[in-house]
Write a protein that binds this ligand. Structure first.
Ligand code: 13P
Ligand code: SF4
Length: 338
């Protein structure tokens, strides 16, 4: 049982830790407690496929970045608990600003988002005033205020194709997704920001090749945040939801999967008799797990719901300016049936 003074101390230290540094009684049934809090507070838990399995299992909705944004925009819950990373929770707040949006750990960031600081990007953008800015949703709320239209890995191709062919584009912040889009759409007038995801750039070409030789029966599938030399080997390239769907619908039984390892949980759930092999990183660490996504734990989720902290706060001007690029993306997606 947390006392009032322990709670006050924990609130004071919240910013230092990113979460409320309170001990959770190890004997409590976290699943039962989180379900109780969901009902009592009319809260909805939205989780990304890269979250740990227990969090995915307790979520009301699991999805990719596009699905999570659509769900955040339409929910009538009073509280949105975002089991994902900071930019995703910010996006939910921008789409539904009157709701309380909680993120179990405020330090759950994103290397892609960090690779594009808004002040530096503003200067870069000033050099190309005639360019339309398309930003991958994996960027800060402030970067979205400098963006004409956002995209996710599910709708990126449709977003690029919705822009007139003679219109030059700045694409930020993912150089791998940008290069992939350039390749499939044939757009030459695209300037690409030099950012990358630390998880998707770690896969080893050599080890994947060896694994493919060992499992000739397997399909190799990859997320477009991977480098071009990895994507070249893939029979399917797509978003997390696209990859899951592919494995479900394919007649193949075995898949080598190049994206964050948390996705295997949903793949295995949907296809219990199929075999999923995570693509190996270029060293022996667990680098195919996103350290940001994995900052969220069941204990932090419980504490966030119990005390309604940490909460996402955004300045009004950021919400007002930034949401335009997300709304445009949702419009194009809806027209494309996504
Ligand atoms: P999607 O789930 O939209 O494919 O995004 C992957 C990702 O890296 C999220 O951080
Ligand atoms: Fe960001 Fe990569 Fe982690 Fe996704 S997997 S949140 S892009 S660092």
């Amino acid at each position: 049982m947390t006392t009032a003074s322990q709670l006050e101390l924990a609130k004071r230290d919240l910013n230092k830790h990113g979460f409320l540094p309170l001990e959770v009684d190890p004997t409590i049934d976290l699943v039962a407690e989180i379900n109780r809090l969901k009902k009592e507070k009319n809260a909805v838990i939205l989780a990304h496929y890269y979250q740990e399995s227990e969090i995915q299992d307790i979520a009301d909705y699991i999805g990719d970045s596009l699905g999570l944004s659509q769900e955040a925009a339409r929910t009538d819950a009073d509280i949105i608990v975002f089991a994902g990373v900071h930019f995703m929770a910010e996006t939910a707040k921008m789409l539904n600003p009157q709701k309380k949006v909680l993120l179990p750990d405020l330090k759950a960031g994103c290397s892609l988002s960090d690779s594009c600081p808004p002040a530096v990007f503003r200067k870069y953008k000033e050099k190309y005033p005639d360019h339309v800015v398309v930003s991958y949703i994996n960027c800060s709320a402030e970067l979205k205020t400098l963006t004409d239209i956002c995209c996710t890995s599910t709708n990126a191709e449709a977003i690029i194709r919705s822009i007139p062919e003679d219109q030059p584009i700045i694409f930020a912040p993912d150089r791998n997704l940008g290069a992939y889009l350039q390749k499939i759409t044939g757009r030459e007038n695209m300037k690409i920001w030099n950012g990358a995801c630390m998880v998707h750039e770690i896969f080893s070409h050599e080890k994947i090749t060896k694994l493919m030789l060992k499992h000739p029966e397997a399909d190799f599938i990859a997320h477009p945040e991977c480098e071009a030399h990895i994507l070249e080997k893939a029979v399917y390239i797509g978003s997390t939801s696209g990859m899951i769907r592919y494995t479900e619908e394919s007649e193949k039984d075995t898949f080598i999967v190049a994206t964050e390892a948390g996705i295997l949980h949903e793949m295995q759930k949907r296809s219990p008799n199929k075999i999923f092999i995570p693509a190996p990183p270029n060293n022996t660490c667990a680098c195919n797990e996103c350290p940001h996504m994995k900052r969220n734990t069941m204990e932090k989720l419980y504490l966030a719901m119990e005390h309604e902290l940490p909460e996402i706060h955004l300045e009004d001007w950021i919400i007002k300016e930034g949401v335009k690029s997300i709304d445009k993306m949702l419009d194009v997606s809806a027209k494309a049936g996504l």
